[in-house]
Design a protein around this ligand. Structure first.
Ligand code: ASP
Length: 309
């Protein structure tokens, strides 16, 4: 049997150690551990990597602590616009949605785009029509409302700026969520889901739903889910770049991930991190920010739940 493993993240950014209370820290770690266990269990009973990453991301979307699903950040017009994507490394099938609202679990809609449509990427009104056709319930705004997120938005709503949900000033609620997994058959998958960046406008789309930028999986190399300021991750084609370094330069998962996060993306001032897995079940979780909510578990006995460096 192949070593099976899963890694998840709940966002990367500026989180200065000591700014969070021990209770808050425990709350975040507890939410990460719960999502990790759900994904790991799916692998343990022989489930596919796709199933495991979807299950773990659903658990994170359902937590108000993270900027995805419930707890998504506010746009410039005080709404929520969510993005998500999923990719199967075995088949290279992929699905993504962007600028959707009212959907409790955007990652499942992305999976439905992959499995039940002829397309890869649906956005806005069209994506919502597709969801309604599949009888998705559309939640009202109160489901997604989170006071902390609303306060973050109020602080910058009169400005032209937009920011990662984990701002420098605050005890931060980190954001975007993602999962990567390698199953018992050595197949890998990746999923990413986000509310995007606070105060975003003009239909801004980040890296999270973009295959190759914020999310990628290919059994030849690796499965990747990114988090950070999306504009840089799009320009760096980050997730695919890690896969390319492995494929064309024969780099290991760890070396390729480090090269992209700690060198290439920093050269264009990009901040963030990623989680990565290969078909041997190896895991890498580099970030160039103060912290990244992250957790991983492998059938070889390794387990980690961490926030800071
Ligand atoms: N990458 C996400 C975006 O730009 C934000 C995040 O990772 O927190 O939409």
């Amino acid at each position: 049997m192949n070593t099976f493993s899963i890694a998840i993240h709940g966002g990367a950014g500026t989180l200065v150690k000591g700014m969070m209370t021990p209770e808050k820290e425990q709350e975040y770690k507890g939410a990460l551990k719960a999502a990790l266990d759900i994904g790991y269990k799916a692998l343990e009973v022989g489930g596919s990597a796709i199933k495991a990453v979807e299950a773990a991301v659903i658990a994170l979307e359902d937590s108000h602590l993270f900027n995805a699903g419930k707890g998504s950040v506010f746009t410039a017009t005080e709404t929520h616009e969510m993005d998500a994507s999923i990719m199967d490394g075995k088949t290279l099938n992929a699905g993504a949605v962007s600028l959707i609202s009212g959907i409790k679990n955007p990652v499942s809609l992305a999976r439905d785009v992959m499995e039940k449509s002829e397309h890869v990427f649906l956005a806005g009104e069209g994506a919502m029509q597709f969801a309604k056709q599949l009888d998705y319930k559309v939640e009202d705004d109160t489901y997604f409302y989170d006071e902390f997120r609303h306060e973050q938005w109020k602080e910058i709503k009169h400005t032209d700026s937009f920011q990662l949900d984990h701002s420098v000033k605050k005890d931060s609620k980190f954001g975007t969520v993602g999962a990567v997994a390698c199953d018992q058959h050595g197949n890998i998958a990746a999923a990413t889901s986000t509310g995007g960046m606070t105060n975003k406008k003009w239909g801004r789309v980040g890296d999270s739903p973009m295959i190759g930028a914020g999310n990628y999986a290919n059994n030849k190399t690796c499965a990747i889910s990114c988090t950070g300021s999306g504009e840089f991750f799009i320009r760096g084609v980050v997730a695919y770049d890690v896969a390319c370094l492995m494929e064309h330069k024969n780099m290991s998962l760890q070396d390729a991930s480090d090269e992209v996060i700690n060198k290439r993306i920093m050269e264009i001032n990009g901040d963030g991190g990623l989680i990565a897995v290969d078909t041997q079940g190896n895991i890498a979780m580099p970030f160039n920010t103060e912290g990244m909510y992250r957790a991983s578990k492998s059938s070889n006995g390794n387990e980690e739940v961490s926030i800071y460096k």
